[in-house]
Structure formats: structure tokens, C-alpha cells
Write a protein that binds this ligand. Structure first.
Ligand SMILES: [Cu+2]
Length: 376
């Protein structure tokens, strides 16, 4: 194995691990400071005790912005594995994908105050955070472009896993575009604490991260239980969730733009919000229906553990990566005897291996004169 042969999922978990290591201690320290204040009466955040509440916001968001990427980067990795398998094509722009993952990981640490444009921070300082927030759109767009280019003219196989992978790309685009609005301090001051923020955030990080998880579970379920999940139930789950999630969050953008604030117990006391009652009702019903579709997933999951179709071939999807070279029922250490050595990058799809397959396993040595795909 070399760095250039690592599957994108490994790169994504690597970047996630770095963020976790550097960001999580900050919230730990913040909690200790809260304890110092509450238990020992040391004024740190409470203005009545001489503290500064904006300091708490800084510490909280220095942790909580990177955390968004802790939740969504692994989903990037999952999608990066599933899309080439079901498009039967090499991932487009491997090096750009790796660079984007690392760039997003780094940038996630220098944008935290985009959550604080309304907290009274100096507008000049806000500009710094606006610029770096908008720069994150660049590696994000590179990733979206490469996922779509990988799918483009591929020999697509649509199943629950690949549908959720494609759905992820759709959600990430929809939620990402509104991030460009909110990342601008001038627009954010208007949008702050409205339903527009709720819609943006839940699509890009909530729904998209869940789609990544679902794609991964459907895809790697046989590796966990040696059985497949039911495809029909999987597709019902996908369409219910895809249409349901848009039904919940699409209208939310409009009531947000109209100025309806979040976190209010009741809107009926405000004359101007009354005519949004029906949209709110629609959103509530859509949320309940979408939740019901998640029960299809839960039933499918537990049913398939014991009663799912048995995995009979070692590599059912024709994937190049290592996990599909392990025995169906793995022994201790996954492989018997010596660990296999990786010989090439993870995305040799759409190539004859000489045995009638349209992919070349990572265990197959490079032929004479052949260069590693990861180097391109
Ligand atoms: Cu943020």
C-alpha cells in the first residue's frame, strides 16, 4: 500500500481523524471552563461575573464548525467508493479528490466566526471569515464535479446503495448552494435565525450525511452479516426519503426568506406569520411521512440480518478494493495466513483483467510498462 493507492474512504476517515484530534479538545476545555464558572464561581463567560459570553461563542464554534466536517467527510469517502463501483469507471480526478478532502479539513478550522456575524464582531474581521468560508466552495465544487464526471457515461447499476450515493450528491449540491448565501455576512444578517438556516443546514449536513450512511450500510451490509439487504425495500426507502426530504426542506427556504424565525414556540401571535401556517403544516406532515419511511429501513435491516439473501460470491459487486478479497465469513484478522499486499490504485474499473472481468483487483500486480492509475 502507498498513499496514492489509498481508497478515498481511507483518506476521508484520515482527514476526519485529524479534525477530531484537533477540534474536540477545544470543546472539552470549554466545558471545563463552564464547570469552573458554575461550581467555583470563576467569572469566564457570565457578564455578571465579569466574563464574556462572546468568548463562549468563539470556543463553541471553533469546535462546532469543524464538527460539521467530522459528520460529512466520512460520507464523502463512502460516496467516493460506491460511485466508481456502480458506474464501472475509475474515479475522476483522484488526486484532486484527495487534495479537496485535505483542503476542506484545513479550511474547516479558519471559518468558525461565520456563525457569529450577528454577535457584534467587528465587520472588518467578518470579511476574513466570509472569504475563507467562500473558498470552501472550491474544493466542495471540485468533489461534486468529479462525482458527476465519474457517473457521466458510466455503465450505471442502480440499486439502493448507488441511489443513495447519487441522492447524496443532489442533497450536497442543494444544501451547498445555500451555504454560499449564508457565508456572506451581508446576506447572513438578513437570514440569521430564520428557517432558511434550518433548511440549509439540515439538507447539507443532516440529510446528506444520512444519505452517505444509508449508502454505506446497503453497500457493505454483506461484509457485516454475510447477507444482503432487500433491494425492493431499499428502493422504497430511498424514494420515500429523497422526495420526503425535499418536501420538508424545500418550502422551508421560502418561509425563511420571508423572515419566519426559528425556535419560536408559536407563530399565531404574530399577524405577519399567520399565512405561513399552511406551509408549516405541510412541512410537519412531510416530516412525519419521511420518518415513517425510515421504519422501512429499520425493518429491512433487522430482517436481513437473519433472513436476507445469503452472500454466495466473494465479490458480488465486482469491486477492486481489499475488503472484497477477504473470505465471505472472515476469520480472525480477516485474511488467512499472510496479509495481502496492495499492488495498484483502487479504481481500475472499465478495464479487462484478462479473465472476463471489467475491473482489476488491487491485489493484481502492475503489468510491464503499466503505470499506477493513482499517479494520474
Ligand atoms: Cu460553520
Amino acid at each position: 500500500m502507498t498513499w496514492g493507492r489509498l481508497p478515498l474512504f481511507v483518506w476521508a476517515t484520515y482527514a476526519t481523524a485529524i479534525i477530531q484530534t484537533l477540534a474536540t479538545p477545544v470543546v472539552g476545555i470549554t466545558l471545563l471552563l463552564v464547570i469552573m464558572e458554575r461550581v467555583f464561581g470563576v467569572g469566564i463567560f457570565n457578564p455578571n461575573m465579569g466574563g464574556d459570553p462572546v468568548l463562549y461563542e468563539h470556543l463553541f464554534w471553533f469546535y462546532s464548525h469543524p464538527v460539521v466536517y467530522i459528520m460529512v467527510l466520512p460520507a464523502f469517502g463512502v460516496i467516493g467508493e460506491i460511485i466508481p463501483v456502480f458506474s464501472r469507471k475509475p474515479i475522476f480526478g483522484y488526486k484532486a479528490m484527495v487534495f479537496s478532502i485535505l483542503a476542506i479539513g484545513f479550511l474547516s478550522f479558519i471559518v468558525w466566526a461565520h456563525h457569529m456575524f450577528m454577535s457584534g464582531v467587528n465587520p472588518f474581521i467578518s470579511n476574513f471569515f466570509v472569504v475563507f468560508t467562500l473558498i470552501i466552495a472550491v474544493p466542495s465544487a471540485v468533489k461534486v464535479f468529479n462525482w458527476i464526471t465519474t457517473i457521466y457515461r458510466g455503465n450505471l447499476r442502480l440499486n439502493a446503495a448507488s441511489l443513495f450515493a447519487i441522492g447524496f450528491v443532489s442533497m450536497f449540491i442543494s444544501g451547498g448552494l445555500t451555504g454560499i448565501f449564508l457565508g456572506n455576512s451581508a446576506i447572513d444578517i438578513q437570514m440569521h435565525d430564520t428557517y432558511f438556516v434550518v433548511a440549509h443546514f439540515h439538507i447539507v449536513m443532516g440529510v446528506a450525511a444520512f444519505f452517505g450512511m444509508f449508502a454505506g450500510v446497503y453497500h457493505w451490509f454483506p461484509k457485516m452479516y454475510t447477507r444482503f439487504m432487500n433491494e425492493t425495500l431499499g428502493k422504497i426507502h430511498f424514494w420515500g426519503t429523497m422526495i420526503g426530504a425535499y418536501a420538508i426542506f424545500w418550502p422551508m427556504h421560502y418561509i425563511g426568506l420571508a423572515g419566519v424565525p426559528r425556535r419560536y414556540y408559536s407563530y399565531t401571535s404574530f399577524e405577519s406569520f399567520r399565512h405561513f401556517g399552511e406551509i408549516n403544516q405541510f412541512i410537519t406532515i412531510a416530516a412525519i411521512v419521511t420518518f415513517a419511511f425510515q421504519l422501512v429501513f429499520v425493518v429491512n435491516f433487522f430482517y436481513s440480518i437473519w433472513k436476507g439473501r445469503k452472500q454466495t460470491t466473494q465479490n458480488p459487486y465486482g469491486a477492486t478494493t481489499l475488503e472484497w478479497t477477504a473470505p465471505i465469513e472472515p476469520t480472525h484478522g480477516n485474511w488467512e495466513g499472510k496479509l495481502p499486499a496492495v499492488q495498484r490504485w483502487a479504481y481500475d474499473y472499465g478495464r479487462e483483467d484478462g479473465e472476463g472481468n471489467d475491473f482489476i483487483s488491487q491485489l493484481e500486480p502492475l503489468k510491464d510498462g503499466e503505470t499506477d492509475g493513482g499517479g494520474h
